[in-house]
Design a binder for this molecule. Structure first.
Ligand SMILES: [Zn+2]
Length: 182
């Protein structure tokens, strides 16, 4: 029995490690790098979204109907209507076990369970959810389901979030790290 647990543990560790070894690539989900709001990251320097909550992604502005592509290869975990602030969205599990979220979509052009290639179309840019009140954009966020514990104690920037938000830092990543700079 001990041997069984050892083998299971080794296998799981290998799968986990393999996920981290898959290289990531930087691509714009849509539009041009100049169309993203550099002030909108939920990261340094801290910005406030609605109701004083830090913003959990980057907003990329464009015309309704502009195609939105997957930033990375991966498995579609969710595709459809979230409702609420998010509107229509797609979530892709990509390399390094990171979840890539695309929200406020006009149309969703993929399905849960499907494998997507980098730059494969997953939807179109829209105004669903709380984007109904703003210019049309894609909200692009990156999450790690495996917490980055060391980030709990990060406290940089000029506009610090409330302390009780710090734990979310372990999960929410700076989407700027996943987009080309030019
Ligand atoms: Zn947003």
């Amino acid at each position: 029995m001990k041997k069984f647990f050892k083998i299971t543990f080794a296998a799981l560790s290998l799968v986990l490690l393999a996920g981290y070894l898959i290289p990531e690539r930087k691509a714009m989900p849509c539009c041009r790098p100049s169309d993203y709001n550099h002030q909108s990251f939920w990261h340094w320097p801290w910005t406030r979204g609605e109701a004083g909550h830090p913003h959990t992604g980057v907003d990329i502005f464009g015309k309704v109907g502009t195609k939105v592509v997957s930033q990375t290869g991966g498995i579609v975990l969710f595709a459809g209507e979230y409702g609420g602030k998010a509107g229509n969205g797609v979530v892709v599990l990509g390399p390094k076990w990171r979840l890539h979220m695309y929200l406020h979509l006009h149309t969703v052009d993929t399905k849960a369970g499907r494998f997507v290639r980098p730059e494969e179309q997953i939807g179109t840019l829209g105004k669903s959810g709380n984007a109904a009140k703003t210019p049309a954009h894609v909200h692009y966020g990156v999450i790690t389901p495996i917490p980055y514990v060391w980030r709990l104690f990060q406290n940089e920037g000029t506009c610090n979030p409330p302390v009780w938000f710090n734990w979310r830092l372990m999960f929410w990543l700076d989407p700027a790290d996943h987009l080309p700079s030019k």
